[in-house]
Ligand binder design. Structure first.
Ligand SMILES: NC(=O)c1ccc[n+]([C@@H]2O[C@H](COP(=O)([O-])OP(=O)(O)OC[C@H]3O[C@@H](n4cnc5c(N)ncnc54)[C@H](OP(=O)(O)O)[C@@H]3O)[C@@H](O)[C@H]2O)c1
Length: 274
């Protein structure tokens, strides 16, 4: 079965059967979360579709850290994927104390021309899998009276963005859902964070066929995003926008008419003739 965790875990530590689960851990921000959390002594479960890349990351991390590392090869955009993943964790006796819902992608182009199947896949991955995994893993955190959830959203969540309209709308959902949930579960000792990076140097733009974009201040490193996210979670924040230039832009956008904000985003994202 492709989605079974690899039988060999590496190492063991005092964290026992408590794990941080990171979706989309085979590259970019997710891989950096894996390295950073293992470096803090956390056992980790890495989930993505590319087994080879997951295995390479596991070997790299295992060479430097005494933690347990499980990998799960799984396409989270498939219906019922979250339930299957939760079932696998149960079978293996893995308890998740930190969930990092990071897997996601965007797609650049005119909505009327982009393939419908790809847009539906985006909705299922960016929204449905994230929501279902949260719903499935949260009750155990509540009964343990502790745990954390980091939902990787985006600065795209604060404004409509023409030519990647569905992606921006999925991230608007993620930020709204996460901040609402954070208020609900704080009394149970569970922290929820909407982590909103701006443009970050990962495979994201190639995977989504984006043309070259110029971000104010340039691209961030995924390491910077992860450090900021972990610090914000520890401090009990429910929203973290990485980088001060992005926080300023988000603030200014709140003051401007929404239609103007959308129009300006359209100027930046309009596909150029090739
Ligand atoms: N890079 C940016 O500028 C930026 C800015 C704001 C927010 N974000 C968000 O950051 C998150 C991580 O993206 P990234 O920038 O690190 O891009 P990335 O390098 O392309 O990483 C995306 C990760 O998601 C996994 N993934 C994609 N489809 C999947 C599926 N169907 N099932 C399971 N895993 C899947 C990929 O692994 P496999 O291909 O192996 O499945 C990969 O590990 C995303 O939610 C993205 O929206 C990125």
């Amino acid at each position: 079965m492709p989605e079974r965790p690899s039988p060999q875990s590496t190492g063991a530590n005092a964290a026992g059967n408590l794990f941080a689960l990171i979706t989309g851990a085979s590259s970019g921000i997710g891989a950096c979360f894996a390295r950073a959390l293992a470096g803090r002594g956390q056992n980790i479960v890495l989930v993505a579709r590319s087994r080879n890349r997951l295995e390479a990351i596991r070997s790299e991390i295992a060479a430097k850290n005494q933690v347990s590392i499980e990998i799960v090869e799984m396409d989270l955009s498939i219906p019922e994927a979250a339930a299957r993943l939760a079932g696998l964790l149960k079978e293996r006796g893995i308890n998740v104390s930190l969930l990092v819902n990071n897997a996601g992608f965007g797609e650049h182009g005119e909505f009327a021309e982009l393939p419908l199947a790809r847009q539906s896949e985006m909705l299922r991955l960016n929204i449905v899998a994230l929501t279902e995994l949260t719903r499935l893993l949260l009750p155990d955190m509540i009964s343990r009276r502790g745990g954390g959830i980091i939902n990787v959203s985006s600065t795209a969540s604060f404004q409509p963005i023409p030519y990647t309209s569905v992606y921006a709308a999925t991230k608007a959902y993620v930020t709204s859902f996460s901040m609402g949930l954070a208020e609900e579960v704080a009394r149970h000792g569970v922290k929820v964070l909407a982590l909103c990076p701006g443009g970050t140097a990962t495979n994201f733009f190639d995977a989504g066929h984006f043309q070259k974009l110029n971000f104010p201040g340039g691209l961030q490193s995924p390491e910077e995003v992860v450090e900021r996210g972990l610090r914000a979670l520890q401090r009990g924040k429910s929203l973290a926008v990485t980088r001060s230039i992005n926080r300023l832009l988000v603030f200014v956008q709140r003051l401007a008419p929404r239609r103007l904000v959308a129009r300006q985003a359209g100027e930046m994202f309009r596909p150029r003739a090739k």
